[in-house]
Design a protein around this ligand. Structure first.
Ligand SMILES: [Zn+2]
Ligand SMILES: [Zn+2]
Length: 262
């Protein structure tokens, strides 16, 4: 299996050294580990992401580990970029400067508020679900007008605290999947959801089924913020994907897709 979503202590809310993450992946028998740490330009969340000036050191450290561990595992490096329409140029400057394997795109903030933080009104069930999902989908939809990324991370993230989307919202996710397919993007199957109140992967089994029907390539990611979270719930991920009809996963090397047996 491949884990394409692993953080580092550079984002200020993850623990362990990069080498400890690699060792954890080797111990779990993974074929590939890809660091995908946060890059955030907007004010909200900037302290929970690496600084742009740290990117060279981060990429170098990952490439060093790749050489050191090449007999045991493929180590790759990418970025989880927070989508912010005002900062697309800044993101592209960073992305185009470095030799990255993959760029993931995420939305964690709505109107400057971290909707998926435990401290948010949303997590406490105080906000109208259709309004929050509607805003979230508007942002994802405008994100899909850009071309600087390869995969969409944790597509239905707002369900984290167990407020599921209504059927009409699910249909809108389905419309976005058509746009994702047309752009030849990959969707991440993010297993962190199993450990949150929602207790299921991002995206939901229903959306994974729709991805399969549209033949959208999928990438597995643990969203590990500690070494022992690398590859978490990957047996469940494999079962979900097989049940949906997937026979392979997609990986990335220097931003080119590569097929991986599931
Ligand atoms: Zn994320
Ligand atoms: Zn993440």
């Amino acid at each position: 299996m491949i884990d394409y979503h692993v953080h580092t202590s550079l984002c200020n809310h993850a623990t362990g050294t990069m080498e400890e993450y690699v060792r954890a992946a080797v111990a779990k028998g993974l074929d590939t580990l890809c660091f995908l740490d946060h890059l955030t330009f907007q004010t909200a969340g900037r302290d929970n992401a690496m600084q742009p000036r740290e990117v060279p050191m981060y990429v170098d450290a990952a490439r060093r580990l790749a050489r050191q561990y090449r007999e045991r595992i493929d180590v790759r490096v990418g970025l989880e970029v927070d989508f912010s329409p005002e900062h697309v140029g800044d993101c592209e400057d960073v992305i185009n400067t470095f030799d990255l394997d993959v760029v993931g795109s995420s939305v964690h903030f709505l109107d400057g508020e971290n909707v998926v933080s435990r401290q948010s009104g949303w997590s406490r069930g105080e906000l109208d679900a259709d309004v929050v999902y509607g805003k979230y989908l508007d942002v994802i939809e405008s994100m899909l007008d850009y071309d600087y990324f390869d995969m969409v991370c944790h597509l239905d993230l707002p369900k984290k605290y167990n407020t599921h989307p209504s059927p009409s919202v699910v249909d809108r996710f389905g419309e976005l999947l058509k746009k994702i397919q047309a752009k030849d993007l990959a969707v991440e199957l993010n297993t962190s959801g199993f450990t949150y109140p929602v207790a299921e992967a991002f995206p939901s089994p229903q959306l994974i089924g729709w991805c399969a029907r549209l033949q959208i390539p999928m990438v597995t990611g643990s969203d590990a913020h500690a070494p022992d979270q690398v590859g978490r719930s990957f047996d469940q991920a494999r079962n979900l994907l097989k049940d949906a009809g997937y026979r392979e996963l997609i990986g990335f090397s220097h931003r080119q897709k590569e097929h991986v047996v599931l």
